[in-house]
Design a protein around this ligand. Structure first.
Ligand code: R1P
Ligand code: URA
Length: 287
């Protein structure tokens, strides 16, 4: 039995932060940082059956082309992904009444539709990137019994070596997304390694009034090359999404509209049309 302090339920039996009951989610789930994006996703559903909101965690579940699909806002950051992934997994893989792990495990397909900053000249604003891997600067996965596989270890050590990574900026990890979902969802987009940062400013090499520990961090990341692998963009959730999905037995893939280009120092004039097109394409390739 999992104790009430560990598996926290609300008085109505829903899971603590997401406030969801097991029947209120589909097996196919789109996540986004911005709660405002959830309406734009569910606007495509044939029918919306559940709207549940708690804090930044907004969920719309409905039917799209005869399949049950959920759109869930995670809010910003990998700490929120820790909550969302553990609670989604509990909803399908733990019997909440008995507080016991079920014998049969259910696999979720999770696609993150986000926004990101590109560091490459040839990946401009208003184009889309699918994350083959995430280089996590956030440290979340270091708290779990997670080990990189041989390929992840090799790419990781090449990045650390080629960028002469400064040890004071956390211990990074590298983790791959679901190759199956990346093929299904990401075939028409730029592919590359995504840096998941624990902040929007210094952790992504942005300087307003405060000085950076490593001022040329973006040049170093941009120059990294190993076989066909290169680093394309920054965002703030994918490393935790990929790492926890892989540990829990779910499939995950991130696609992001580029809003900032850090090479050209430019920002999209209006990224909503790209996001709306991306939502439609993801829904059609997911179901
Ligand atoms: C920062 O502006 C936020 O935008 C990106 C980052 O990952 C971070 O969450 O994603 P979303 O547009 O999904 O929120
Ligand atoms: N989201 C990020 O995390 N970084 C950017 O530059 C743009 C969107």
């Amino acid at each position: 039995m999992i104790h009430p302090s560990e598996l926290v339920l609300n008085p109505d039996g829903s899971i603590y932060h997401l406030k969801l009951q097991p029947e209120q989610i589909g097996r196919k789930i789109i996540v986004a940082g911005d709660p405002g994006r959830i309406k734009s996703i569910s606007a495509h559903f044939d029918r919306i059956d559940h709207i549940v909101e708690n804090r930044e965690f907004v969920t719309h579940t409905g039917i799209y082309k005869n399949q049950k699909v959920s759109a869930i806002a995670t809010g910003i950051g990998t700490d929120n992904i820790d909550i969302v992934l553990n609670e989604l997994d509990a909803l399908v893989n733990i019997d909440l009444e008995k507080r016991e792990i079920k014998n049969e495990q259910t696999e979720l397909e999770i696609v993150r539709i986000g926004t990101c900053g590109s560091i490459q000249e040839d990946v401009p604003a208003d184009e889309v990137v699918v994350s083959t891997h995430a280089f996590g600067l956030d440290g979340l996965l270091n708290f779990y019994a997670f080990e990189m596989n041989a390929e992840e270890q090799k790419i990781h050590s090449e990045i650390i070596q080629q960028t002469n990574w400064n040890k004071k900026m956390n211990v990074p990890y590298l983790v791959a997304g679901s190759s199956n979902l990346i093929q299904r969802i990401g075939k028409n987009y730029h592919h590359g390694i995504t840096v998941t940062a624990p902040g929007f400013y210094a952790p992504q090499g942005r300087e307003l009034r405060l000085k950076l520990r490593v001022p040329d961090v973006n040049e170093k990341l941009r120059a990294f090359k190993y076989k066909d692998f290169r680093i394309v963009n920054y965002e703030m959730e994918t490393s935790a999404l990929y790492g926890l999905s892989s540990l829990l037995g779910h499939q995950a893939c991130t696609v992001c509209a580029v809003v900032a280009n850090r090479y050209a120092n430019s920002f999209s004039k209006d990224y909503k049309p790209v996001i709306n097109q991306l939502i439609k394409e993801v829904l059609d390739n997911l179901v």
